[in-house]
Design a protein around this ligand. Structure first.
Ligand code: PLP
Length: 491
């Protein structure tokens, strides 16, 4: 098929549809469409890197959250990224895969050993690392979790969970939350709640109802910034009205982050039980300790029927996710729920086992809690004299600083946050923005005290400077070549 009909169809869509403004698409991550980003890129990227970026731009399909890319990496180790120009960046982003740091030697040793022994597991066979990892996850997960299926991505694991919920309940409807993210496939965006993934996608899965998330900043029940759990009660109401919902699917804690009140999940768990609905919690980005416990739902005293984990489960090396289900859900032996080629990949599973062992042996759950608390205290102290920080949100090492330009314009908040992000990058600190104006900070749990202090120093100085020149135009580019404050720091 020649190219032109496709591009014409696409152009036709563009012409006939109302497109939401770019700001409305600022949800999960930062877009590659902004002027500030272009300005940064023009000043900070040298000719050699530009050549690679141009090649990348030439060969990959363009999409708003990746290609065209910002920069080229040549290495990552511990808490740091190294770019093609030799600059180092403390990585407070890491796509949430770097719980134990990048290239952790213990992990590399476990992977290498397994690679030399059994690099793949042909279907019909199983292997020791896969069995051990399934066993470990079941023993760690709360409630009666004792069945597992692995998948090569979080999205695929969510898809399996939806299929299992249908098989178990004989129902197909779901309730999930607006603004949520569960992956980019068609089934995942049907339950997801972000316009950037859903718009122009055509008909999504039927029966995917959405409810407002527990975000007091945008509460349709006017809770006045103090969640009164009306949003949880509304889910109960929806379950009652629909009467035949298979599952409530949600992230235990949204990555933006917003953290629901203590009783939120208990209330929804009880509602699910009343209405014969399964509770599926998506902890793909936060499992294995980011929030200070192995699984975040432990902090809300609830056990879901299905817990979905991923990201760092593969040690930051392998794409590996898992659906962990309660034993009573093992009711579909005649169906194929997953059937992924790498379903029981022994090397990926060895990486998962090594990651969990490392977290346990180095007490990284406590480390996440302690570092998160220290970081939060410091930002709250800073906030006392700096109204640029509207709010700090944190649970362990899942942290967010909400930026305010002080004039209640969302656009101004977002521009200021973006300026801060690129200036931090100039000074060797990498993180992402969510919802346009939240500096979202997710460092490795192996972060040293010194690295934490370095990051705080960069953040505080950049925020203070941004505040002092609130009305001045942003230069949009680094004054000098970036570099980490203490690239080789070790504790
Ligand atoms: C909450 C959540 N669910 C699902 C996914 C999808 O996981 P994957 O990218 O491994 O498919 C992500 C990825 O960012 C996520 O954050």
């Amino acid at each position: 098929m020649p190219d032109w009909p496709v591009s014409l169809i696409r152009k036709g869509l563009r012409l006939t549809r109302d497109r939401p403004p770019i700001d409305a698409l600022k949800t999960e991550g930062d877009l590659n469409l902004s002027g500030i980003r272009q300005a940064w890129s023009q000043r900070a990227i040298d000719a050699e890197t530009r050549k690679l970026l141009d090649e990348d731009t030439k060969y990959f399909l363009h999409q708003s959250l990746s290609t065209p890319c910002l920069n080229v990496l040549s290495g990552c180790q511990g808490s740091y990224l190294t770019d093609q120009q030799g600059r180092k960046f403390l990585d407070f982003h890491g796509n949430n895969v770097h719980q134990i740091g990048f290239g952790n030697p213990t992990l590399v040793a476990a992977i290498t050993k397994q690679l030399e022994r059994l690099p793949f597991c042909t279907r019909r066979y199983t292997n020791e690392p896969a069995i051990q990892l399934a066993n470990t996850l079941c023993s760690l997960a709360p409630g009666e979790a004792n069945r597992v299926l692995f998948a090569p991505s979080g999205t695929a694991a969510i898809g399996m969970a939806l299929k299992l919920a249908r098989a178990v309940t004989g129902r197909f409807k779901t309730i999930s939350l607006w603004d949520s993210f569960h992956g980019a496939s068609l089934d995942a965006i049907s339950i997801g709640g972000e316009a950037i993934f859903r718009r122009d996608a055509g008909p999504l899965l039927p029966g995917c109802e959405h409810a407002p998330p527990p975000d007091p900043a945008q509460c349709p029940f006017d809770c006045g910034h103090l969640c009164n759990l009306k949003c949880a009660d509304y889910i109960d109401y929806m379950l009652r009205k629909e009467g035949d919902v298979a599952a409530v699917v949600a992230e235990t804690v949204r990555s933006t982050p917003f953290i629901p009140p203590k009783d939120y999940w208990k209330r929804i768990r009880a509602a699910c039980d009343r209405h014969g609905t399964l509770l599926i919690l998506d902890e793909i980005p936060h499992c294995l300790g980011r929030t200070g416990t192995m699984f975040t739902c432990e902090q809300f005293d609830v056990a879901p029927d299905i817990l979905v984990v991923g990201k760092g489960l593969g040690g930051g090396v392998f794409p590996l996710a898992a659906m962990i289900a309660r034993g009573g859900l093992n009711v579909a032996p005649d169906l194929a729920l997953g059937h992924y080629t790498h379903e029981k990949n022994p090397v990926a599973c060895a990486a998962g086992l090594a990651t969990i062992r490392y977290i346990q042996e180095h007490d990284l759950l406590k480390r996440a809690r302690d570092l998160g608390q220290r970081f939060g205290e410091r930002i709250l102290q800073f906030q006392k004299n700096h109204p640029i920080v509207r709010e700090f949100r944190g649970l362990g090492l899942l942290m967010g600083i909400v930026i305010s330009a002080g004039n209640s314009s969302q656009e101004a908040d977002q521009q200021l946050a973006e300026e801060i992000m690129y200036e931090c990058l100039n000074r060797g600190l990498n993180f992402k923005l969510t919802l346009g104006n939240i500096l979202t900070l997710t460092p490795p749990l192996t972060l040293t005290d010194r690295e934490m202090d370095d990051a705080l120093e960069v953040l505080e100085s950049v925020m203070a400077e941004a505040e002092s020149r609130m009305d001045a135009p942003f230069a949009g580019a680094p004054a000098k070549s970036g570099g980490s404050p203490h690239p080789d720091s070790e504790d």
